[in-house]
Write a protein that binds this ligand. Sequence first.
Ligand SMILES: [Ca+2]
Length: 302
Amino acid sequence: MSSRRATRAGITTTRLCPTYPPPTRRPLRSPPSFSNYALTTGGKNHTIAAPGVCIYSTWLGSGYNTISGTSMATPHMTGAVALCLDDGGVAGPCAGLTPAQIVQKMRSDAYGHSLAVYGYGFTGDPFRPVSTRYYGYLDWAGTTPPPTLTHVAKFPATTTVTSGTLRGGSAASLTANDDVYYSVNSTTTATRTTAWYGTFTGVSKQLTNLKVTYRGKNSLTCTQTLALWDWTASGGAGGWVQFDSRSVGTSEVGVAVIPLGSVSKYVGGATADQLRFRVRCTRSSSSFYASGDLLRLDYDKP
Ligand SMILES: [Ca+2]
């Protein structure tokens, strides 16, 4: 948002901003109402955060001013990139990179520094989300190398039926896309329902780039929903968060669930290392059974 529109929206400079320098160092800790944000995976992939509230800056006419908006956040980000390219005539870590590579480096450095330094960032960044809005990590112009990420792939250690009855197979049936199935019979009265979840163990709380892939089919078409257990929901009691809903019949369908924002809330339990993924299917009449072929967890960790 331009500074003029920000001012129109009520973000005036003299009444809300502290004088400069402020008496104590009190950085902004949450996104202002005018901040842009991402909701999609594509949008998330090019989003980064930079300071844009009460920025003290040089001004036209040899003066200084304090204003808010992306007019202030954008030059902050631009300056960070300039320092990465060249600092005082010395080539920086971004020298020689393509624009796309520089974007990737600024984003990975912002993530890496937020991960490495406790307290860096803000309420609303992916480590401390306040809603489904993705604001990105706070940009970092330093030279701290980001941690090297390690990819992890896992399959469920156990399965638990919560609606219906076990028909056949086990967690081991879900480790390969091989038409060997884990099957659950639906309930037999009222709304016919199958519901079961796979539990992954030994999952890092510092996971990122979380993806869960499920492949399955049903003996009759039903409405399939996929969900992750949020261990922090309802004041710590936990709750399912649904990510996908679709009709699935006798043809096997693969679905990848990729949650946005902070995903550490999906890891918890007694040993703080469990992730639960639920597959549920319902239809109004005629009992059926659900067959899962593959359930795979992928993520990166420092
Ligand atoms: Ca299988």
